[in-house]
Design a protein around this ligand. Sequence first.
Ligand code: 2AM
Ligand code: CA
Ligand code: CA
Ligand code: CA
Length: 264
Amino acid sequence: MDIKQLDEFAKEIIFEAGKNIRAAFSYNIEIETKSNPNDLVTNIDRETELFFIERIKAFNPDHRILGEEGMGETVDNLKGVVWIIDPIDGTMNFVKQHRHFMITIGIYVDGVGVLGYIFDVMREDLFNAIAGVGAWYNDSPLRKLQPVKIEEAVIGINANWVTPNTRINHEKIIELVQTVRGTRSYGSAAMEIAFVVSGKLDAYMSMRLAPWDIGGGVIIAKEVGAVATNLDGKDFDYLSKDTFLIANPSIHQLILDKYIEEKK
Ligand code: 2AM
Ligand code: CA
Ligand code: CA
Ligand code: CA
């Protein structure tokens, strides 16, 4: 397989999809809810996923697409070439803030990540990686992450973590928040992963993410030495939903050991 050609093609359709999404602000965006009143989807999420499916199938009909909106075929294994796509990551930001939403794509060959993309649609900023070759931010190489002390870390975490919940001991998270230099919450998992791989955040955690939220980001993470696991410290489960922690390698294990206490 010609990875360079595949990379060029992926970038071309990501930029084109981005242009289409930006144009959508001048016509009607229809908002619906999915699993709960705060879980949003729009016609633009669906149209963007369909755009990717049509273009990829025309490029190579054997490539399969696992997309959040389920507009393609059912994908229950990662055999062959699989594109894991979130057409809009941060739909609430898209609808409410008109910024801070990403297109993110991971291309997997027999389950191994080969190409990863996170594209900030409004800023037209691209984070990408070719496995084993390197990672880039708008074509400038991303450096390996340098060690950081937990006291100097800035971490991506949302407010639900510090309120009583059924998943984890929130008292420990309060300790973490009091220990680190600062916290941020952006509302797009892909954006927060992009920030970790480029050193703008030192960690990001989520209680429930899907393969399309992280499928592109983890390929970039590997190239810069960021560590990504679930909250048990194990590999993320690509065929369902899972907890997630990505961090600078100097604090990943410390966060798991000292501050994460899951309720089982
Ligand atoms: P989405 O916008 O593509 O749905 C919001 O905190 C982040 O979590 C976003 O990246 C969002 O992706 C993701 N997310 C995953 N599952 C979600 C859900 N059920 N409801 C809302 N956001 C979800
Ligand atoms: Ca969604
Ligand atoms: Ca998402
Ligand atoms: Ca989405």
